[in-house]
Design a protein around this ligand. Structure first.
Ligand code: HEM
Length: 343
């Protein structure tokens, strides 16, 4: 598969853009005109060729630049990677999952050669090659989860399953929507989800946990989540709030199309073979309102979603300050007629 990687930035001059092909494959997350949290979990099965669901782990035109942005964030704040000492088996599980998936599904870009426990990994787009002993931490330049986590798009959290719940005991998190790994590491399911409004009351969190606890090896699942980001910025962490929070005060009808982005998270969950942990991957896709409106039906539906979004969700997702402007910008695409597109 031919993949052309773009040179672009996710900070400062923000040169990130989507090609027409990337817009076409954007995982638009709204199957109906309204939105509320739900247990929207489904089997992570193969999707259409070319779609973001074609392979278990999606690599796209932003891969190289996104990995570079991740490296910048980690250099400035090493706390974006954390792993508790008992997570080493799970770390190797995740390294295996990522290396096997990428080398199988993107053979022109990634190669994995095994000679017993001696593995050679070649990442051609990033120019990385290492031979190491699987299971031996000292044979890699850093912990295995950090090593592989720097070479894959999105954020990754490893969960340990014990005491009837899940604990977020390791993570590499550089593109999160305003939550902190340093704060959440070591927390249990209900603890780290505590800030989410309404979901606990409507039973979403209890049902989702039950589902997760029964996740089977070889039967990964996925769900979509979404929020909005101003400018194509990956690092919207609480630690760096002063760098991006004030952007909310500068959105106008003139600049909204370019600056306001829908941010969709394709979240996938895989049971791990040795540790019995679960790895949770949050793959982020960003699209500006201008790009979204390439498909007027998307803009029309997004107008309806945003216009009627529950005030608690507006507040939690941090949309309050620019909500009215975004709704007005999108309204020009909404003629009020029914929309039966699915997505
Ligand atoms: C939000 C982690 C799985 C539903 C969040 C947040 C974190 C998180 C850190 C942000 C909380 C904050 O504001 O501080 C995780 C991890 C998971 C997981 C590590 C791996 C097992 C799920 C699943 C569901 C779910 C399976 C299914 C319903 C939600 C919802 C939100 C949320 C609805 C609010 C999102 C928003 O409005 O943007 N999650 N989550 N999570 N999570 Fe999870």
């Amino acid at each position: 598969m031919g993949l052309a990687f773009k040179e672009e930035t996710f900070r400062d001059d923000y040169t990130y853009r989507n090609s027409l092909d990337a817009i076409r494959r954007f995982p638009f997350p709204f199957p109906e005109d309204k939105y509320m949290y739900s247990v929207n979990i489904e089997p992570h099965v193969k999707g259409k060729p070319g779609s973001v669901l074609e392979f278990p782990l999606d690599i796209d035109e932003h891969y190289v630049s996104e990995c570079r942005d991740k490296a910048i964030t980690l250099a400035r704040d090493p706390g974006r990677y954390a792993s508790l000492p008992h997570m080493m088996d799970a770390q190797w599980d995740v390294l295996e999952l990522i290396m096997e998936s990428l080398s199988r599904d993107y053979p022109e870009q990634f190669k994995l050669t095994k000679d017993g426990n001696r593995w050679t990994w070649q990442n051609l787009p990033l120019g990385i090659e290492n031979t190491f002993t699987f299971g031996d931490r000292s044979s890699l330049p850093m912990e295995p989860f950090e090593y592989v986590g720097r070479q894959i798009q999105g954020d990754w959290v490893i969960l340990d399953q014990r005491e009837g719940t899940l604990f977020a005991d390791a993570g590499i998190v550089t593109s999160q929507a305003d939550w902190s790994l340093a704060f959440d590491v070591g927390m249990s399911w209900h603890q780290w989800h505590a800030p989410v409004p309404r979901a606990t009351e409507i039973g979403v969190m209890d049902r989702a946990l039950k589902f997760m606890m029964n996740l089977q090896l070889g039967e990964p699942v996925r769900r979509l989540n979404w929020t909005m980001t101003l400018n194509p910025r990956l690092d919207t962490s609480p630690e760096n709030y002063p760098l991006w929070g004030p952007d909310r005060n500068h959105i106008t009808l003139d600049n909204a199309g370019d600056r306001v982005h829908l941010r969709v998270e394709l979240q996938t969950l895989f049971r791990l073979p040795r540790s019995n942990g679960i790895v949770f991957s949050i793959r982020c896709y960003l699209i500006s309102l201008n790009e979204l409106a390439t498909y007027p039906r998307w803009a029309k539906r997004f107008h309806r979603i945003l216009k009627d979004l529950h005030p608690d969700l507006l507040e939690y997702k941090g949309l309050t300050k620019f909500h009215a402007t975004a709704v007005e910008w999108l309204s020009r695409y909404d003629d009020g007629a029914p929309l039966d597109i699915g997505t």
